[in-house]
Design a protein around this ligand. Structure first.
Ligand code: PLP
Length: 413
């Protein structure tokens, strides 16, 4: 095995077509697409019987540990189109001290902060940009809460595609800087992410930008799907009892749900599914409200606010797909307040030495709340998704100082 086999070997590909997630209408593969004619997300479909014939668990086990090990289940056909910055398999970290405190059997965190640009957005954007390269797209635009824009800028610059990116005006400085430094034209907009999305749509209509918004582009979801593929492989081709996922646009949750279905079809896992829990912040919880109301679509959340910027998404184009996956899985949607998110972040960092991002910390807060209200059991194996490194976020200052010119009371330190 050579370290870059997944990027350099020719491997068969199995995409047959794209399909409207509502009407089921088919669209040809290998063409530029955004939403379907019904204005809904397109899903990539594969000849899974063909995949089953060529892909075995043992062959997979011998491949390098990166996202491209699953190429037969991904849309990029030619190795020359792969735009990689090193998408390593992310670790599944046990959190034994937190589990013990809560009397729980098994608590794991999938630490997505190890990916290029420090977040799981790399998974979606490496796929979107590789497909853009394959399809000859030259200018991509995107609305972002920060992490997605950073990943788009990085991959697009790596392969020479131009990018124009819009983020809400209070997006953390580090995100705006990384987007700009990685070669994009980035603008702060006096509005929220859906307001930024409207500017992208207008630019698409007026000057032909490619709209890379969440779920308006069909391949980001295929990249995010690898979270589910990886997780099942790491657990010996089984799934956990419950997954807590910080849900904004929901690509990851929808992608993982798709991954499990595909894995079952190719015979890698059985029919068991994890209960999918969509975690939102109390200040922006459109999915929770829709889940509790028993409706299929979520109404826009007005005056959205939370310290977990990545999940501050007032309205999601894939709302019905998120709600469908949550319901089919027997899971639920749950909102946690900002003070619980901040406390969860500190607790996890202090006790486990694991600095989550606020969105990841929201999943731990939700896990605790769900154990307390009996929605999950202590015997459940639970996986939290920490979608970005905590180091990308403003951190509370530590104000302890020491005067080296005065006698030091070492016993008190
Ligand atoms: C750190 C972090 N967590 C979670 C999310 C939400 O992800 P999704 O759009 O897949 O729901 C985002 C999106 O920006 C994010 O940056």
């Amino acid at each position: 095995m050579h370290y870059d086999d997944n990027l350099t070997a020719d491997r068969p590909t199995f995409v047959t077509h794209l399909e409207c997630s509502v009407t089921g209408e088919h669209y040809p593969a290998d063409k530029i697409h955004n939403l379907s004619r019904a204005g809904k997300p397109l899903l990539v479909r594969y000849d899974l019987a063909g995949v089953k014939k060529v892909l075995g668990k043992d062959a997979l086990a011998g491949r390098p540990a990166d996202l491209w090990r699953y190429r037969e289940l991904l849309p990029v056909r030619r190795k020359e189109d792969i735009v990689s910055l090193g998408e390593a398999v992310t670790p599944l970290l046990p959190l034994p001290k937190l589990a013990a405190k809560l009397g729980a059997a098994e608590l794991l965190a999938k630490d997505e902060g190890r990916l290029p640009t420090g977040s799981f957005k790399a998974r979606g954007l490496v796929m979107a940009v590789s497909m853009a390269k394959a399809l000859g797209i030259t200018h991509m635009a995107m609305p972002t809460n920060g992490n997605a824009g950073a990943a788009l800028a990085a991959y697009a610059s790596h392969c020479g595609i131009r990018t124009t990116i819009f983020c809400p005006e209070d997006t953390p400085e580090v995100n705006v800087s990384e987007i700009g430094l990685q070669g994009a034209a980035v603008y702060r907009v006096n509005g929220l992410i859906d307001d930024c999305g409207k500017i992208v749509a207008e630019g698409k209509a007026k000057v032909g930008w490619f709209d890379t918004s969440t779920l308006k582009e069909p391949y980001r979801i295929e990249g995010k799907k690898t979270m589910g593929l990886e997780l099942a492989e790491q657990l010996g081709w089984t799934v956990p009892d419950v997954i807590f996922y910080p849900t904004g646009g929901g690509t990851g949750l929808i992608g993982m749900w798709k991954a499990f279905a595909e894995l079952e079809t190719i015979g890698f896992i059985d029919a068991k599914r994890p209960r999918m829990v969509a975690v939102q912040a109390s200040g922006c919880a459109p999915m929770v409200r829709a889940f509790e109301a028993g409706v299929e679509h979520a109404v826009r959340w007005e005056n959205a606010h939370t310290i977990a910027a990545g999940i501050r998404v007032p309205q999601a184009v894939g709302d019905f797909l998120i709600l469908r996956a949550v319901r089919e899985s027997g899971g639920f949607a749950i909102a946690v307040p900002d003070d619980a998110i901040a406390a969860a972040l500190e607790e996890c960092a202090r006790e486990e030495g694991f600095l989550m991002c606020p969105e990841g910390a929201a999943t731990y807060a939700a896990y605790k709340q769900s154990l307390a209200d009996g929605r999950i059991k202590k015997t459940d194996c639970a996986v939290l998704f920490n979608c970005a490194t905590g180091l990308k976020y403003p951190l509370p200052p530590i104000r302890r100082t020491l005067d080296r010119h005065k006698p030091i009371d070492f016993a008190a330190l």
